[in-house]
Design a protein around this ligand. Structure first.
Ligand SMILES: [Zn+2]
Length: 151
């Protein structure tokens, strides 16, 4: 044992069981439950430990929150999907109504935007067209077919 005792029988040094350093006794917290009256690990190690515990807890809380949020998100998604499904018609109707009501405004706005950003819009459109050539072809084919079958 590296612990030394004074003549009065009081230890002035103690070896920290954590960092293994021999330190003066007042570097250890008072602990009445300990038979030597001081904690086994020094104050520095103690605060380090509590910090580590704090962050571990924080991680746990964070992870727990994540799990909660994830399952919540999933529930939310299912709820939204169900809502959309059961209210499909009314939602579509509402969207149509809204569009009808705002048609002019939308057209005007997009036209205005287009006028103001003509070159950019055209460039974007060209780029998009180039990129989605096949998709557009397919879409047009399907659109024509759908139109025919609707008649
Ligand atoms: Zn220590």
């Amino acid at each position: 044992m590296l612990e030394r005792e004074t003549k009065a029988g009081k230890m002035i040094f103690r070896v920290c069981s954590k960092c293994g350093e021999r330190k003066l006794i007042f570097r250890f917290s008072v602990d009445k439950r300990n038979k030597r009256g001081r904690t086994k690990i020094c104050k520095i190690c103690q605060s380090r430990e509590s910090l580590r515990r704090y962050y571990e807890d924080k991680d746990r809380v964070r992870i727990g929150g994540q799990i909660y949020r994830d399952s919540h998100k999933e529930n939310r998604r299912i709820y939204n999907e169900r809502y959309r499904e059961t209210h499909k018609e009314s939602l579509e109707m509402r969207a149509k109504k809204w569009y009808k009501k705002n048609k002019k405004r939308i057209k005007k706005r997009s036209l205005k935007y287009y006028e103001e950003h003509k070159e950019t819009c055209q460039a974007i459109r060209e780029l998009w067209r180039e990129k989605n050539k096949e998709k557009i072809k397919k879409y047009n084919r399907e659109y024509r077919r759908a139109k025919v079958s609707l008649k």
